[in-house]
Design a protein around this ligand. Structure first.
Ligand code: NAD
Ligand code: GLY
Length: 363
């Protein structure tokens, strides 16, 4: 079992990582303030892991709210339904919410926790790889609006994250692989040695080797924890976590969130961000090739959909939340392990990247 702290002064919280940690009541106890708990889960994850979680929460009164599965339910309607449930069950300011599920459940439950009676205790029990290395850590919570994804939300940190790697046994293979796009992202933005190791350990990771997984999740969480500790509200440095994401979000939007999982769109986005970095003279071509090759080794897509025009992509990228005062701000790689955030984007290089589907798919 490993523990990593997200250092935020009096809001500092632990991330516990390891197989079986969801069953350890000692990890939950210090973070349960009152005698009421509400578990928020969904119809897929609850039948698999709720009993195990309830045992670890033994001794307190627990109510369970089960959402339907899917991103289409990450809405204000679901948020309101959970609020109605908590009020009907007479939860008060000392209640603790526990999110049991992937990023969708975690994001909605976190936003409820941020706003129910002006904020109550919150524990994340992430059950996808993406949620363990990304969405459960760092305090971004949100629901979607028809005008855009994650448009309504709050920064609200959990009191604890319990990342149990045994849950990957039931996670669909495609979801599992998609999580590695974010794991690889941490190598690209901050740690060449980690990137080198992931390249070597791809088979072990795909076979869910426990030691390899503990290292992959642990180092990813460490890097995210460091970035969040130095820029919780994304005033500056935290933007580096978005490497590949502005391209990826545009691809997700233009394909109506139907074709790619988030991690898959991010994988393509990272290849495009690396390509732009090469075209703008920041990154060696060989480094961009390496990023593409290792993403491929995890079975992730690396080709931008050729049917998406550069105009449509450009416009969709302009809708991203990372656009400031009308200026496109992108994360560019200078080397594997080192990135910069730039508003000085060479527009002809960007057009070339957006038109490079053919070359990006080769090799
Ligand atoms: P998800 O929550 O939709 O989970 C993927 C699928 O796997 C779902 O069908 C889910 O029911 C199922 N599932 C989850 N755990 C399982 C398990 N152990 N066994 C079997 N099935 C399981 O998707 P996700 O990729 O975890 O999260 C995506 C969401 O996260 C998006 O809404 C995205 O906006 C959000 N996100 C948030 C942040 C953040 O910082 N808050 C960062 C990245 C992504
Ligand atoms: N997923 C990006 C962030 O947490 O800032």
């Amino acid at each position: 079992m490993r523990r990593i702290d997200v250092q935020l002064d009096e809001r500092t919280y632990p991330i516990h990582i390891g197989a079986g940690c969801m069953s350890d009541e000692h990890l939950f106890k210090p973070h349960l303030t009152g005698n009421q708990v509400a578990v928020i889960s969904n119809e897929t994850v609850a039948p698999l892991y709720l009993d195990e979680l309830l045992k670890a929460l033994g001794g307190v009164s627990v109510d369970v709210f089960t959402l339907p599965d899917g991103e289409q339910h990450k809405t204000l309607d679901s948020y309101a339904a959970i609020m109605d449930f908590l009020l009907a069950k007479r939860h008060n300011r000392s209640t603790t919410l526990v999110a049991l599920g992937g990023g969708v459940v975690g994001d909605i439950a976190g936003f409820v926790a941020a706003t129910f009676q002006r904020g109550v205790g919150f524990i994340q029990v992430p059950t996808t790889l993406l949620a363990q290395v990304d969405s459960a850590v760092g305090g971004k919570t949100a629901v979607n609006h028809p005008a855009g994804k994650n448009m309504i939300g709050a920064f609200y940190q959990p009191r604890c994250v319990i990342a149990d790697s045994s849950v990957f046994a039931t996670l669909p293979e495609r979801e599992y692989r998609a999580g590695f796009a974010e794991v690889l992202k941490y190598g690209v933005i901050a740690d060449l040695e980690f990137f080198d190791w992931i390249e070597q350990a791809a088979d072990r990771l795909l076979n869910k080797d426990p030691d390899a997984l503990a290292r992959a999740v642990g180092r990813s969480c460490e890097i995210k924890a460091d970035v969040v500790a130095s820029d919780e509200r994304e005033v500056g440095l935290r933007a580096i976590l978005n490497f590949g994401h502005t391209f990826g979000h545009a691809i997700e939007t233009l394909t109506n969130y139907r074709t790619y999982l988030h991690g898959e769109a991010v994988a393509i986005g990272m290849v495009m961000a690396a390509d732009l970095s090469v075209r703008m003279g920041f990154l060696a071509l060989s480094a961009a090739q390496r990023i593409k090759t290792v993403l491929r080794s995890f079975g992730l897509p690396v080709c931008p959909p050729p049917e998406l025009s550069d105009d449509a992509m450009h416009q969709a990228m302009g809708m991203d939340k990372k656009v400031v005062d009308g200026k496109l701000r992108l994360v560019l790689a200078e080397a594997i392990g080192r990135v910069i955030v730039s508003e000085e984007i060479d527009s002809s290089a960007l057009r070339s990247t957006l038109n490079a589907a053919d070359t990006l798919c080769d090799g």
